[in-house]
Design a protein around this ligand. Structure first.
Ligand SMILES: NC(=O)c1ccc[n+]([C@@H]2O[C@H](COP(=O)([O-])OP(=O)(O)OC[C@H]3O[C@@H](n4cnc5c(N)ncnc54)[C@H](OP(=O)(O)O)[C@@H]3O)[C@@H](O)[C@H]2O)c1
Length: 243
């Protein structure tokens, strides 16, 4: 049976890398997209439609991903064994005291809540597949530690804590929860070439590694440099001993 990866935030820089990594690992993809133009953007950046099924949903809505899971349960979409979430809002540098209510809520809605909703909607479905190697992977970034861009930094901080909770909750079950902590810029290949940053197609190797190395679970996979794309730096989380 060919396994399938559900990608939430599939049309962004990290989402495209995830789709490429999933396809390279011999899996199929269900890509959640906002609309047809986002789907077309995804196909263009991946360079193919082969193995990719798109489904439209509002991932920022509390029940957006849940509706996709319901379609899977009704047999309207293929079953999936793996989930990757990487929804993100604007990468702004507004100083803390100048962040408006709207900017704060938009950032938390997209860069935190949407990833939480993806987890809440899919974990029961993954857990129901007892005896199967399933994974849930979430992308975070070093802004949460660096603090140079307050709106995305604060949402990264919330994601770090969520990763701690998820790592603990899934330590002894069939779901390998992992956080991918990326410390530098990755963009879809066309943009990366223009901006001199790393390419999604190269970063894709990290996800291939997480999928194939079944000992990686409840861990942070840190990516400090392109050398880490293929030599995964894996550390158990939470990193603070619990009482
Ligand atoms: N890229 C990096 O180098 C990097 C490094 C460290 C951490 N990260 C983290 O990884 C995550 C993704 O980053 P990225 O660079 O891939 O971001 P991105 O290219 O901006 O992609 C964001 C994704 O979220 C979706 N999205 C944005 N606004 C939406 C909305 N209102 N409704 C529904 N979907 C929406 C986008 O859909 P559309 O395509 O339809 O807009 C896209 O799929 C972020 O949390 C970011 O902090 C990224």
């Amino acid at each position: 049976m060919t396994e399938t990866v559900l990608v939430v935030g599939a049309t962004g820089n990290i989402g495209v890398a995830t789709v490429i990594g999933a396809l390279r690992s011999g899996r199929h993809v269900i890509a959640i997209v906002r609309n047809q133009s986002s789907a077309d953007k995804l196909f263009k950046h991946v360079g193919s439609k082969e193995g990719i099924k798109t489904v439209e949903a509002d991932v920022a809505a509390p029940d957006g991903v849940q509706r996709v899971v319901s379609k899977v349960q009704k047999g309207e979409l293929p079953a999936f064994q793996h989930v990757y979430t990487c929804v993100g809002g604007p990468y702004s540098d507004t100083p803390l005291q100048e962040i408006s209510d709207e900017e704060l809520r938009l950032n938390f809605s997209l860069s935190f809540e949407a990833n939480f909703f993806a987890y809440r909607a899919t974990i029961p479905y993954l857990l129901s597949q007892k005896g199967t190697d399933t994974t849930f992977t979430m992308c975070t970034g070093s802004q949460g530690d660096a603090g140079q861009r307050p709106p995305p930094a604060m949402t990264q901080g919330a994601l770090f804590s969520m990763a701690n909770c998820a790592a603990l909750a899934n330590r002894d079950n069939n779901v390998r929860f992992n956080e991918c902590y990326l410390t530098f810029r990755v963009e879809v290949d066309e943009d990366a070439e223009q901006h001199g940053v790393s390419k999604s197609s190269d970063f894709a190797a990290v996800y291939e590694g997480i999928l194939s190395q079944k000992n990686i679970r409840s861990s942070r996979v840190s990516v400090f440099s392109p050398e880490d794309f293929t030599n995964l730096r894996v550390k158990s989380i939470p990193q603070v001993p619990t009482a």
